[in-house]
Design a protein around this ligand. Structure first.
Ligand SMILES: [Zn+2]
Length: 196
């Protein structure tokens, strides 16, 4: 009897010790290698605990399969590098209508997404145009997992502020309909922020 109690207690202790690690679990991210990214022309690094997450839309086509979304991500990178003359795709991460997260510049790298704020936050792009529709629920769920992951990894402050791109300057990004939706997301804060 006593032996059984000890077994149960050790099983409970094992579960308790495993729990904190599970809490830090992050969603799978389709790596640059997996989507066939071009090598960046240059990289600028930034530290942990940045203050903002910025939500964007790509203002182009949406996608609903991994193959379609990879084609969109490649097209966005080509546009940013070849037409804008940037060193790499501008966004930190891109989320497809398929619910997958695609690595853009990734963690601890300064992006080119939110003029004046690229070194104090991550730019997360929803692939598509969301002026009159919302991203898929799968895409929105993936975003929330990524935001929670950013906190658990210490990439953003636990008190980070979520802003739509339009709250930093003259752009309609991330689209009228989606902008209304993100107002109910955790950490969204009202108001414009001036150039950093
Ligand atoms: Zn934007």
């Amino acid at each position: 009897m006593a032996f059984k109690v000890i077994l149960v207690l050790s099983a409970l202790a094992f579960v308790a010790s495993a729990a904190p690690q599970n809490r830090a679990a992050c969603p799978p991210i389709v790596s640059r290698a997996e989507w066939g990214a071009r090598a960046p022309g240059g990289t600028t690094y930034m530290g942990d605990s940045v203050s903002y997450l910025f939500i964007h839309h790509s203002a182009g086509a949406s996608c609903s399969t991994k193959a379609q979304c990879i084609a969109e991500v490649q097209g966005i990178q080509n546009y940013h590098m070849d037409s804008n003359g940037w060193s790499d795709v501008g966004y930190s991460f891109l989320i497809g209508g398929d619910g997958n997260i695609y690595e853009g510049r990734g963690w601890n790298k300064v992006g080119a997404h939110t003029y004046g704020f690229n070194s104090v936050g991550y730019g997360i792009d929803f692939i598509g145009t969301f002026t009159s529709t919302n991203p898929t629920q799968a895409a929105q769920n993936a975003y929330q997992e990524l935001a929670d992951c950013a906190v658990s990894l210490g990439k953003v402050k636990s008190t980070y502020e979520l802003k739509g791109h339009r709250q930093t300057g003259a752009t309609e990004c991330p689209g009228n309909t989606f902008y209304e939706t993100i107002k109910s997301y955790p950490h969204w804060t009202d108001g414009q922020i001036g150039k950093h």
